[in-house]
Ligand binder design. Structure first.
Ligand code: GLA
Length: 384
């Protein structure tokens, strides 16, 4: 992916250069980090993501020939589609855009065509939900261009429908909920069964901490099939246990006794204990005791590594080294099989910790990681 300047004025200029007209507006939606609550969303459980400052920007204006023309400045490519092309299973990055058009139309909204020009600084393939950011930015732009009155949560659900039913990835609602509902300075405590959302203050500076996001730059070829397999195991367990979803397991020990398969037992233990950790983490954050997140984040990583088995050696090494350097609660974030770790690091120490991890990667013969300091930021919206 090409690096592009990612500010609204530059994008509006690029839009004018391409189309010869002013954009009707510029919209944005962010990537996300999940602080805790992994693979709990599709089990009707709890999650606690926050939005990143890294985001997808879209400049857009109506177009009157009934087609949608989408230019990605990152990919240096323009794709055009019409209503008749909106077939689930469409390939390529434009499927995320077309999927949102499709989901809006399926929900009964009337949409005119549009010119869309986009740029993004959300790392792709890193578990930071660049695709949800794209979907939610497109949704924000098309909703305004077409005067559609759609509430935040409904937007997240439409974007998720694009991802599930059009792109074909069987994800939960977390990423789209984060990209839509998050607010600056907060983590979003979200109940994936009731849709209750609470903005929980997440002011790391008050604890003299910073949030390191380190991208191990590994992505597993089997991410999609492994994700689907984890989801299927959880659904099978819920069926055997006679509950609607693993969220409903209240007595873990007796549930484990009733599950004959050791792999399924481990999957269930992860989901049930992870839900409990999210609830504890919310209490810790509500009380402003940020450093006390550490044991919960540590246990979350161990559970993903040993029970849900979704980490890879590069991720586990990064976590070990971060811990040895004094970082608090380093853990993988996102769907797994590579991607990023996050860690709470004493203020001013991010570069040192990242350099130590990079050195350990050289020693292990792994490729170089990348990193940045995360800032809990706002969800999708119109910039101009
Ligand atoms: C991916 C999915 C989410 C969620 C996470 C794991 O990011 O898109 O719905 O399941 O993995 O927590």
């Amino acid at each position: 992916m090409r690096r592009v300047s990612n500010d609204a004025a530059a994008l509006a200029g690029a839009f004018r250069a391409r189309t010869g007209q002013q954009p009707a507006g510029v919209w944005a939606a962010p990537g996300r980090v999940n602080l805790i609550g992994e693979h709990t969303d599709y089990n009707d459980g709890y999650v606690m993501p926050f939005a990143l400052a890294q985001r997808v920007l879209i400049a857009a204006a109506p177009r009157h020939d009934g087609s949608w023309s989408v230019t990605s400045l990152n990919n240096h490519s323009t794709e055009v589609f019409r209503a008749a092309d909106l077939q689930p299973g469409m390939a390529g990055w434009q499927a995320y855009v077309a999927g949102v058009v499709w989901a809006l139309q399926e929900a009964g909204h009337r949409l005119g065509g549009a010119d869309l020009v986009l740029s993004s600084d959300v790392p792709t393939g890193a578990g930071l939900s660049s695709s949800a950011a794209l979907e939610c930015a497109v949704l924000a732009a098309l909703a305004d261009l077409n005067d559609l009155d759609i509430a935040g949560l409904e937007r997240a659900k439409l974007a998720r429908r694009a991802e599930n039913a059009f792109v074909g990835a069987p994800t939960g609602l977390m990423d789209q909920a984060a990209a839509t509902l998050c607010t600056a300075g907060h983590a979003l405590f979200f109940d994936c069964r009731t849709d209750d959302a609470e903005q929980v203050r997440f002011d790391t500076a008050s604890a003299s901490l910073e949030i390191l996001v380190l991208d191990t730059k590994t992505s597993h070829a089997l991410v999609d099939s492994e994700y689907a397999a984890r989801r299927a195991s959880c659904e099978e367990a819920a069926r055997i246990l006679g509950v609607a979803a693993l969220r409903d397991v209240t007595d873990l020990d007796s549930a484990l006794e009733r599950l004959p398969d050791p792999v399924i037992r481990r999957r269930v233990r992860h989901v049930v204990t992870e839900n409990a950790r999210v609830l504890e983490a919310v209490d810790v954050l509500r009380a402003g005791r940020i450093a006390d997140l550490a044991p919960l984040l540590d246990a979350s990583h161990a559970s993903m590594r040993d029970d849900f088995e979704i980490t890879v050696p590069q991720v586990d090494l990064a976590v070990e080294v971060a811990q040895a350097c004094g970082a608090l609660g380093p853990r993988m974030t996102g769907g797994g099989f590579g991607g990023c770790i996050i860690a709470l690091v004493p203020a001013g120490d991010v570069e040192r910790v990242a350099a130590e991890i990079a050195r350990s990667f050289v020693d292990a013969g792994y490729g170089a990681p990348a990193h940045f300091t995360a800032v809990p930021s706002a969800g999708a919206g119109r910039l101009q």
